[in-house]
Design a protein around this ligand. Structure first.
Ligand code: NAD
Length: 415
């Protein structure tokens, strides 16, 4: 079966959402396309002295609400359409949580696992230089995504700073604390996933303590989501990464799993759980499923076998539209990606504000501000869903699109 094109998914969702809004058709036409797209082919000197040419992208979807914001992905399967979809979702996501940013995304077609540290640094610094025509603290602020992390963000910050002759920490977020990163950023996306899950559980008269959770993905989103869910009393029965998963009906001890992962760089071989395949994890008998890995994981094929009552979309686009429809029909509560995983961009926004002011906040303050924004946004999406009789995903899209369209209406069409 052909993999679903997530840009088509994003457009389909947009077309569906605008039917519930009264927006100027010209604005609808403009919001349906990315504002600007940059494709760069650039050389990197490899360890064996050969030169390889890599392809990267940076797409800005909308600047109506402010500078563009969105992660940079290093993945062999990255395409321009994928980056377009992720940029569009960033626009709605920022609007849903009420943060003054537009949407962007970037990516480089590469497998970071096959590159040495030096090659990764060369690639990152050159890609940062190539996209620096679009990137700035006032214009476009990248962040980590799949395959990148604080190390890459540090190189991007340093590269941009070298070009300008002084340090510019606010040009990128998700940096190490030592160079202007924020407390709480590393767990922020997972924390937001857990906060919105708690809200969804309340709507089903359930509490975290009574909940069995399966988490797909053990990266920057999945690992903190699993850890924080357990901290809130949930039983995390399974987790997985690209190599497969582990399962224990009595619950996994996430700090212990993390220690195993830190040593072995894989979940495989973890002694206090049975190994399971990735596909099996999705279909486990559990209350909450948190897909925190890649897009298109739940399709029309496996959706009928999903047993979870709540799906918290830590990843972007983990459900295909067909799967979405099937699961809604089954009564599954889906916390949509543009709400569920917005904790990352929220604390990225805090990081940017702190960098611009050179004044840093404590972790408790950050976590509490994040929690308030996530709960408020969850309630606002719920309200739209109830008032307009929509599912949560369409309601979130409606809320986000409406806010961006209103900003565009006020700003008018230049000239
Ligand atoms: P990451 O690279 O840190 O981790 C990805 C994880 O997914 C890894 O554990 C990897 O092994 C696993 N994985 C990859 N393919 C898999 C597969 N087929 N089955 C099971 N596991 C698989 O990336 P991340 O930052 O955690 O991002 C994960 C998702 O969350 C992406 O969709 C990303 O766009 C989204 N997201 C990330 C952030 C953030 O702050 N990092 C914010 C919002 C949304």
């Amino acid at each position: 079966m052909m993999a679903e094109n997530i840009y088509e998914t994003a457009l389909q969702q947009f077309d569906q959402a605008v039917q519930h809004l009264d927006i100027n058709p010209g604005i609808v036409k403009y919001l349906r396309v990315p504002k600007r797209e940059l494709c760069v082919n650039f050389p990197v000197e490899m360890d064996d002295d050969s030169v390889q040419v890599f392809t990267g992208y940076r797409v800005h979807h909308s600047t109506a609400l402010g500078p563009t914001k969105g992660g940079i992905r290093y993945h062999p399967g990255t395409t321009l359409d994928e980056i377009r979809a992720l940029a569009m979702w960033m626009t709605w996501k920022c609007a849903v949580v009420g943060i003054p940013y537009g949407g962007a995304k970037g990516g480089v077609i590469c497998d970071p696992k096959t590159l040495s540290l030096r090659e990764l640094e060369n690639l990152t610094r050159r890609y940062a230089t190539e996209i620096s025509v679009l990137m700035s603290p006032q214009g476009d602020i990248p962040a980590p995504d799949v395959g990148t992390g604080e190390r890459e963000m540090a190189w991007i910050m340093d590269t941009y700073s070298m070009h300008h002759g002084f340090s510019v920490p606010a040009v990128v977020t998700g940096k190490p604390l030592a160079i202007g990163g924020s407390q709480g950023r590393a767990e922020a996306t997972g924390r937001g996933v857990v906060v919105t899950t708690i809200e969804a559980l309340k709507r089903r008269n359930l509490a975290m303590e009574d909940t069995r959770i399966a988490v797909q993905g053990f990266g920057k989103v999945g690992a903190p989501a699993a850890y924080l869910a357990q901290e809130h009393g949930a039983t995390v029965i399974a987790i997985s990464d690209v190599d497969g998963g582990i399962y224990n009906a009595r619950g996994l001890d996430i700090p212990d799993v993390r220690a195993h992962f830190a040593t072995h760089r894989t979940l495989t071989g973890y002694p206090k759980g049975e190994s399971i395949a990735n596909a099996e994890l999705l279909e486990l008998d559990c209350d909450v499923l948190m897909p925190c890995a890649m897009e298109n994981q739940i399709t029309a094929e496996n959706a009928p076998r999903i047993k979870a009552r709540i799906i918290a979309e830590g990843a972007n686009g983990p459900l295909t539209p067909d799967a979405d429809a099937l699961l809604l029909k089954k009564g599954v509560f889906i916390i949509p990606d543009i709400l569920c995983n917005a904790g990352g961009v929220t604390v990225s926004y805090f990081e940017w504000v702190q960098d611009l002011q050179s004044f840093f906040w404590g972790e408790d303050e950050i976590n509490e501000r994040l929690r308030r924004i996530m709960v408020r946004s969850f309630n606002q999406v719920m309200l739209v869903a109830q008032e307009k009789k929509l599912d949560m995903r369409t309601a979130a899209q409606v809320l986000g699109i409406q806010r961006v369209a209103e900003a565009m209406q006020w700003r008018g069409i230049y000239p």
